[in-house]
Each structure stands twice: as C-alpha cells, then as structure tokens.
Design a protein around this ligand. Sequence first.
Ligand code: FAD
Ligand code: NAP
Length: 550
Amino acid sequence: MGTMGEPDAVEVSIGDDSVDVVVVGAGFAGLYALHHLREKGLTVRVFEAGRGVGGTWFWNRYPGARCDVPSIEYSYSFSDELQQEWEWSDIMPAQEEIERYLNHVADRFDLRRDIMLETRVMSATYDEGQHRWLIDTDQGQRVSATFCVMATGCLSVPITPNIAGRDSFEGISLATNTWPDEAPDLAGKRIGVIGTGSSGVQITPELASIAGHLYVFQRSAAVAWPAPRGPIEPEVAAKAKAEYAEIRRLARASYGGVGRFQGLLGLSAPSPERILEASLEERMAKVDEKGWSAARDWIDVSSDLEANAAGMELYREMIRRTVHDPDVAEALSPGDIPIGCKRPVFCVDYFESFNLPNVSVVDLRKGAIERVTATGIQTEQGHVALDAIVYATGFDAMTGALNRIDISGRDGRRLRDVWADGVGALLGIQIAGFPNLFTITGPGSPSVLANMVVGTEHHVEWIGACIDHMRSAGYTSVEPEEMAQEEWVTQVNGIAANTMFTAPNCNSWYLGDNVPGKPRVFLPYAGGLNRYIEHCDAVVAAGYAGFDFS
Ligand code: FAD
Ligand code: NAP
C-alpha cells in the first residue's frame, strides 16, 4: 500500500459496460456491498469519487479525526478471519488506523479490480423497457446494471457556509471534511476554527497544541462528553477475539449498535432516579460522584424538557469545574438547546484546551460573523486577525449525496423532485418509483443514530437476500408499495416526535436545519437498531410485505 492509504497500481476490470450491480461509493458500505454481492456470483462495478477507498475515513483526515465507537465494535463482522487477524491499537481508533483497515479489507478480499476511483456518478436513469439502470459518470462511462446500490454515505457532502468574503482571505483556508494529504504547516500561526460540532471539537485540542493563537468561533456551544482514548489492553483484545460472535450478536440486539462496550460511551441505561424529584444537594452529590455523566444519569432527562434543562444545569456545572476562567466557562456553556437534540459529541481535552493561554473562544451568540476579510474574520464584536481559517462546518447529511446525482426512476420521476417536499423511503432501503435501486443506511433507517458499520452490514445482507429471493422466484424488479412507504414514514416521524430530537429549540443536521432550503424532516429512524432489525426480519418473514415484485 502507498502512503496515506493510497493503493498500489491495480488493474481495474473496466471492459464490460453491462453488469449485474453498480455500487456507488467505496466506504464501509460500498466495499462490503462489492464483496457480498460478488460472493453471490453477481458481477459488480463500484464507482468512487475519491482518490482512495475508505469514504469518510479517506476524506476526513484532519488532526484529531477519530471514531467515537470502540474499534472492536466499529469493524466488520462478516469475516471471522478478518476480525481474528486484524489488530486494533486504539480503543477509539484514529482516522489513519481506520483508513488503513479499509485498505487492508480492499486488498484482502481483492476488491480493487472492480473499483473505479476518481470517478463520480452524475446520473442514474431507469430504463423501464429493459428493467435496467443506466449509470453515467463524469469520466464519460455509461454502464448498465440490473441493480443500483447507493452506498454514497450519510455524511459525505461537505457544506461550504455562505459567509461573505470567504474567497478574499489571503491566508490558509482548510476544511476538516476535505483535509489535504499534505496540509500546510500551521505551527505558530493564528488559527480560526469555525464550528463546534464533532469535527471542530476534535480538532481544537490538536490545533491548540501547535497554534500561536487559536480562536474557536462558536455559534452553538457543544454538548461534548469526555470519552476514553488510548491503547487497547492486550487482554481486552484477546478476550474480544474469543468472544466476537457474542459481541456482534449483542450489537445487533442493542439500540445503538454497540453491545459489549456501551459503558465506555456512557450509553448504559440511566439510573431510575428522577432529577425533578431530587434536591439541589442530591443533584450536586451526583456531580461529585459521576462527573459529566451526572447530567444525564436520570430517567426523566431524555423524556421531559424541564428535567432535561435541570440535567443541562449539571452539565454547565461540570464546565465551570473544568474551565478556570468563569467568563470563558459561561461562553462555552450551551444555551437552551436540549441534551439529546444534536448528535452527541465525544471529546478528549476539549474544555481543558480553553485553559491554555493561546486559546480563545469567540462566542458568536454575542455577535455573529459578518464576513471573512483578506486578513481574518470580522464579527459584530470586532475583527480577529488570522493566518489560517479552518472550516468545521459539517455536511448536507443523509440526502445530500443522493440528491446530487440526477436519479430518474419509473415514469421519468426524479428523486430530487420527489424528495423536494419531504423525504420518503421504505425502511431506508428503497424508494417507491425507483425499482431495483437500493440505498444503504438511507433516510428512515437507524443509520446515523447507531454504530454505522452494524447498520451497513445489516443493509447489505438484506439487499443480498432480496436479490437472491428475486433470482430464485424469477422476478426482474422490486420496489416499495406507495402505501407501505407512507406508513413507514409516518412511523418514523411518530417515533421522533416523542424525543429530544424534535423538541422545541432543537435545530440539527438530523432535521436538515444546517442546509438552507432543505425540507425540515427528522431523517433517521429513532426506534433503535434492534427494533428496526426485528421489523426488517418480520417484513421478510411475511414474504417481503410492502415490497412489490414483478
Ligand atoms: P462514506 O464513508 O461516506 O462513503 C461514501 C462514499 O461515496 C464517499 O467516499 C464518496 O466519495 C462516495 N460518493 C458519494 N457520492 C458519489 C458519487 N456520486 N459518485 C461516486 N462516489 C460518490 N459513524 C459511526 O458509527 N461512528 C463514528 O465514530 C463515526 N465517526 C465519524 C467521523 C467523521 C469525521 C464523520 C464524517 C463521520 C463519522 N461517522 C461515524 C459516520 C460515517 O460516515 C460512517 O460510520 C461510515 O464511515 C459511513 O460509511 P459509508 O460507506 O456508508 O459512507
Ligand atoms: P456539525 O456537527 O454539523 O457541526 C458544524 C458546526 O459548524 C456547528 O457547530 C455549526 O453551528 C457550525 N457552523 C456551521 N455553519 C456556520 C456558520 N456559517 N457560522 C458559524 N458556525 C457555523 O459538523 P461536524 O462537526 O463535521 O460533524 C458532523 C457529523 O459527523 C457528526 O455529528 C458526527 O455524526 C460525524 N462526526 C463524528 C465524529 C466522531 O467523533 N466520531 C467526528 C466528526 C464528525 P450550529 O450548531 O450553530 O449550526
């Protein structure tokens, strides 16, 4: 393997322009789809826009980029040989280690010969007469396929915020989600980071350790939970290898796709106590005992807004205990956004970074960014002179990558138009009107609310079984019934309606709030991976209820 996860030169089998399956994307999902469907004897072609495989772990190579699910669980389960031979070094692996793992997978299962890198799929058009998809790429290829599997990722379309003057900046501009292989040296420089989601929170301590001065431009204060990090003890790794089958079973039987190591992430069930019934002394005693997790270790915090606000007060107390300067602690304290609204952020040394003399927070709640200038960032509070700006501003999540492909289904209907007023998909796997098109971790599946590798493997295997079913029964096409899809969307919305994800004051990328003009719908299924898998199994047991075969 070359540097930065680049493969050695590989011969790609580009000869045939007609295959059984086209897969778009070569991250966790696309790689496994290729392997699994190829094992079934299908011919598969993968197109990937990036220069290497790995998806998320190819693109997001910023300092501090790291997974927040334990490596032992954030890894493929489909091959026991793979899980026995691969040695994870870190509890929560860094980007480089996951990228190396995915390159190993590509080599070990001889995947590269069917992957076309640096090739973006521009359109996918269903030919009703032939029952085939026609896929066009930016390299001028046209391939026809019986099935099209969109493994395009939930967090793969970077957002460029529309800040005036962005291009006028004469210093270094970087983005976490397209971090270059060889980034300019930032040591000693005045650096501004815009964004305090997971990426901004992860990069902050890294930049703090090298910057002349680091300014963190914060629009919403992060709700960030300190997480473990460090090497895996050899006995933990050995035990995992011996017990992988059980670890994987537990993962699929859990809400969030993490079975054995829930405790590491603070995902264990909260105590049965109610914060609203506890005195101030009792609440503070819990902070003394449990630290950060005291904020959510109450049964009512996740379901009752008043209890949630009381939990948030304990969270603010932990910030005050961690950050030395009371004004800085106040600036870093979340406002009235509930705990559990946005995607939880896990951190190492984030709050501690603000105790360093070379780190400042620019609290944009006191005055927003007005524009980027040639020499820095102008806010309503004043001008900050900078040598470098790092955008950690997120993604057009879940629907972004699909909507950027011109997907045209039965009767010429376009996915973009169908989804313009609201997003619908059955089980997050298929969309009515788009026969033989599958989405991996699509909207309406647990996807981003669970360990995504587990959700991905489940989807790939479901799609494989569905194709087997079609081949054995002689069907040429499958798509959801409109009614079944509507019922599923109603169920997905109903479950989200009773959670903090859709509480008043909540804005998040789960709802599409970070993309101007995006329809405001809660996109993932919040009922739990375990419940979702049970539902998918029941659909199959009932003869693929809700799916129409012809
Ligand atoms: P991706 O890895 O996003 O791959 C999709 C690929 O499709 C991309 O390489 C893209 O270039 C390609 N593509 C898209 N459109 C086209 C097109 N039109 N033509 C050709 N190629 C195209 N999840 C977790 O469960 N735990 C974590 O700790 C975690 N950490 C994360 C950290 C970061 C920084 C980010 C951004 C995401 C994280 N995620 C995490 C979510 C992560 O995206 C998934 O876990 C997983 O890697 C997704 O794999 P995927 O193959 O579905 O999509
Ligand atoms: P994000 O969570 O969407 O955060 C984007 C940040 O940029 C937010 O703080 C947002 O503020 C801010 N922002 C956007 N536009 C802005 C503007 N014009 N001015 C000022 N601030 C602006 O994106 P992300 O941090 O890249 O994370 C996205 C997701 O990727 C995560 O939620 C997670 O699923 C995944 N991820 C995971 C990890 C991990 O630890 N494993 C690491 C990175 C990413 P507002 O909140 O006010 O909108």
